[in-house]
Ligand binder design. Sequence first.
Ligand code: NAD
Ligand code: DAU
Length: 357
Amino acid sequence: MENVKRTIMITGGAGFIGSHVVRLFVNKYPGYHIINVDKLTYAGNLANLRDIENKPNYSFARIDICDFDAVLNLMKAEKVDGIIHLAAESHVDRSIKDPFTFARTNVLGTLSLLQAAKACWEPFDAEKPYRFYHISTDEVYGALGFDGTMFTEDRRYDPHSPYSASKASSDHFVRAFHDTYGLPTLVTNCSNNYGPYQFPEKLIPLFINNIRHRKPLPVYGKGENVRDWLYVEDHARAIDLIFHEGKIAETYNIGGFNEWKNIDLIKVLVRTVDRLLGRPEGADMDLITFVKDRAGHDLRYAIDSSKLKNELGWEPSLQFEEGIEKTVRWYLDNQDWLDNVTSGDYQNYYEQMYKNR
Ligand code: NAD
Ligand code: DAU
């Protein structure tokens, strides 16, 4: 497999999860040409890929996925034979303030990619079958109570936020393109990811940074909401496996069977940051500040990923304690990265860099 020549388009590759997927594919498959297609919104940052940006099998195209002509031209010119689609607006709080942007990118952007893929897709040989692989979220299934139930793949969709509604809509379009036109599609729905290179508006990087700088930790509501956390490299490994071995038209749930109540997770973060900074462990608990709840805040997510384990043999490789330790260390060691992405300067920097190329 490693030596087969393929051209894979990965959208959203300069964001959090996408950058890990691009890195994995570029390093693992030297015979593949990996094209990272990204608009570089506030969440996209080419510094996430500095370690692989000069590899001969990697290239970057700054394209808005809603730009149908640009997407189509690239797919045709490069003879793309696989698409892994991660580009999206991904932050629930932003979707509450600005739902149009979410509908545009997540729904129309996905549709634009599907239409372009349909126009270019030809039967490929068995060694490199065509795939349109759409990365989605567990949030499309809605919220669970505290009754121990979990989301399985046949769960009815019940999205509550504009973000999850836009992702649900994009999932439906992907399946419709399989059912209507026969496009070889795959969809996966994953739980909350954590790890290096996550934009610090999301809970874990935001709180690590705030604890370091002794800023308040804004806990929504009573902190009783539950999320199911997976280390981002385990998600990237699952994507690799499903892209190559998943059955066409199937849906796979991806999750770590690792549920945490927000407030308990936040206490782990406080203790870990304190310890790694040489402060008395737990000294910064007083930063915890309960604030107004997120509108429509889903109570609990829990992914049942047994299908993926039983059919393709995937399991998370990292224990949560180890993953959190690695993650906290990474953010503490990469304050420059955090400062850059929060300053907004990096966008101008990369804009200049690409103008000058
Ligand atoms: P992210 O916000 O970190 O990155 C998104 C990337 O998409 C950025 O690089 C951004 O520049 C790019 N992008 C946004 N709009 C674009 C457009 N119109 N055209 C081209 N590029 C555009 O997101 P993430 O957390 O890495 O999530 C990646 C994908 O995984 C999303 O589809 C998300 O719904 C899904 N997902 C995320 C999680 C999670 O916990 N973060 C869990 C499950 C699924
Ligand atoms: O479940 C998968 C989803 O996980 C992905 O599809 C989304 O793209 C990703 O952003 C994430 O969504 P969440 O809303 O669960 O993640 P977030 O980090 O924003 O919040 C995690 C929990 O922490 C949630 O219950 C809200 C709470 N929270 C979050 C922030 C940013 C706080 O209490 N305070 C905060 O400041």
